[in-house]
Design a binder for this molecule. Sequence first.
Ligand code: HEM
Ligand code: ISQ
Length: 144
Amino acid sequence: VAFSDKQEALVNGAWEAFKADIPKYSVVFYTSILEKAPAAKNLFSFLANGVDPSNPKLTGHAEKLFGLVRDSAAQLKASGAVVADAALGAVHSQKAVTDAQFLVVKEAFVKTLKEAVGDKWSDELSGAVEVAYDELAAAIKKAY
Ligand code: HEM
Ligand code: ISQ
């Protein structure tokens, strides 16, 4: 998938907006996931006591996922393809993560960035972050 300098810059800008308040946006992210998929609570041990923004595991996992999508955009711009760690594929295949679950996380991810970016949100930005997420998800699933 071809990815332009502009698209990469848009994804980087969204990442910076998320990083400006990771606890706040982590709450938006997990709350959105749990609304659509309450069973996700059982997948992540750090959600056992609810969505607690002072739990470093909770924010750390969110930061890692958002950072990987940003890396995905950089890879797309550099080479037009995303390669995921074998370990990343292994974790998700072991947990038998489904396409439906990838979609729930994607929707929560886009919603969170929309809130973080505020009035700088655009169709072009939405499209760029969606492509970066979808290509990363495809790279993870390749390992199944
Ligand atoms: C673990 C990233 C989608 C469920 C991980 C880890 C990473 C990661 C980096 C291992 C390291 C860590 O624990 O921080 C991603 C990315 C995704 C994605 C980039 C999308 C592009 C999903 C989806 C689900 C899921 C859709 C299902 C709801 C899990 C589970 C673990 C995990 C259950 C193991 C957690 C644990 O027990 O520590 N993911 N993930 N992931 N992921 Fe994902
Ligand atoms: C999927 N994989 C790893 C970490 C995550 C954090 C929040 C939501 C989904 C995730």
